[in-house]
Ligand binder design. Structure first.
Ligand SMILES: NC(=O)c1ccc[n+]([C@@H]2O[C@H](COP(=O)([O-])OP(=O)(O)OC[C@H]3O[C@@H](n4cnc5c(N)ncnc54)[C@H](OP(=O)(O)O)[C@@H]3O)[C@@H](O)[C@H]2O)c1
Length: 329
């Protein structure tokens, strides 16, 4: 693995160190992102290859991304670099009984072409089953060595702690939406992770490209994932003008881009790693380089204040607008 000096790592005792910027791979083979075949067949592989060269270790996928395509593409792209990576995938806990969990872990490992999942995450809390149902299966997988660390995703702090109790050992990480426009984890999950030696994995750290400040009311992303997302409504892109201005100003001071300072904002805590997705090798390079940016306290706060002043139309109020936007009106 070459070391460009760009990559930083978390100070957590995992076999392979976890990079402060990882790579999210929901985009790989995903219809919803709509990047198409050339992306799935070439660009995705080139992105992984460049990430490996730059020293990125954390790669995140899930059994449901592209119905297994993401795991397959990622596994092939990693190829002989298996020992350089901290490979994370997720199980959708629909019927989380031990036998099912074991079968699904084996299927994920097969698609990835590996004999061990470094981090196996419960994709969503199951509202019907407590974690005492799924964790015995996870524990058994750890015992036989198919799983290294257990993680959760989209868990509240209380449920994360309950999951640890059910597992009987640490649940290393909680993967949650965390960015300037989704800052909730800063209040409870991140302080807990800092204090307990756990990790918060920030997903959608660019708010799906919103924080790149390159979209506006007349230039909205068109794919299914984002055209059904309220934050990309024309009214919200207009309301974000103040936030985008602050991002541009801070970016200019660091000779960086708005996306880079938005990532630097998200990974400021020593317990946080971010897993931005990338539509090109250039984006991946730019995202990795963001780990080098040290924001001042004033800059961090100015960004947070600007994000607090941004009041997007959301929830039920956004539904009619989303329908109109979808119909092009
Ligand atoms: N656990 C969960 O429930 C969950 C949920 C969602 C995501 N995730 C994970 O988190 C990962 C990341 O989240 P995400 O993909 O939702 O959102 P994201 O990382 O915030 O946004 C990714 C998108 O932002 C744009 N982008 C990336 N780097 C950029 C750059 N340097 N400059 C400008 N634009 C840039 C690209 O889209 P364009 O170039 O097309 O604009 C890219 O596809 C996923 O891949 C997945 O692994 C997990």
């Amino acid at each position: 693995m070459s070391d460009t000096g760009f990559v930083r790592y978390l100070d957590v005792d995992t076999g392979t160190r976890i990079s402060k910027i990882g790579l999210g791979t929901w985009q790989f083979g995903s219809r919803g992102w709509g990047y198409g075949q050339p992306y799935a067949e070439q660009e995705a592989r080139a992105i992984v290859a460049r990430a490996l060269e730059l020293g990125v270790t954390l790669f995140d996928t899930a059994e449901i991304y592209g119905r297994g395509s993401s795991e397959r593409i990622l596994g092939e792209a990693i190829g002989g670099h298996r020992d350089d990576v901290f490979l994370a995938t997720k199980i959708l806990p629909v019927a989380p009984l031990p036998a099912v969990v074991q079968q699904r872990a084996v299927a994920s490992a097969n698609r990835l072409g590996v004999s061990k999942l470094d981090l196996y995450q419960v994709h969503q809390p199951n509202p019907l089953f407590p974690d005492t149902v799924i964790m015995p299966g996870m524990r058994a997988l750890q015992r036989i060595g198919l799983v290294g660390e257990v993680g959760v995703s989209n868990y509240s702090l209380g449920r994360w702690k309950a999951a640890e109790k059910a597992l009987g050992s640490r649940v290393l990480s909680n993967q949650v939406r965390y960015s300037l426009v989704a800052a909730g984890p800063a209040d409870d999950l991140i302080p807990y992770a800092e204090e307990a030696g756990r990790v918060v994995i920030a997903y959608s750290p660019l708010a799906q490209g919103f924080l790149s400040a390159r979209y506006d009311a007349n230039n909205r992303p068109k794919n299914a994932v984002r055209s059904s997302s309220a934050i990309f409504l024309p009214v919200n892109l207009e309301r974000a003008a103040g936030l985008f201005a602050v991002l541009r100003e801070v970016a200019e001071a660091h000779d960086a881009t708005p996306a880079q300072v938005a990532l630097a904002w998200a990974i400021r805590s020593p317990a946080v790693t971010a897993i931005p997705g990338a539509s090109s090798v250039a984006q991946l390079e730019s995202n990795v380089a963001a780990a080098e940016i040290d924001l001042t306290v004033d800059e961090w706060q100015a960004m947070r204040d600007a994000a607090d002043r941004f009041r997007p139309v959301s929830g039920l109020a956004a539904v009619p607008r989303l329908m109109r936007a979808r119909l092009g009106r």
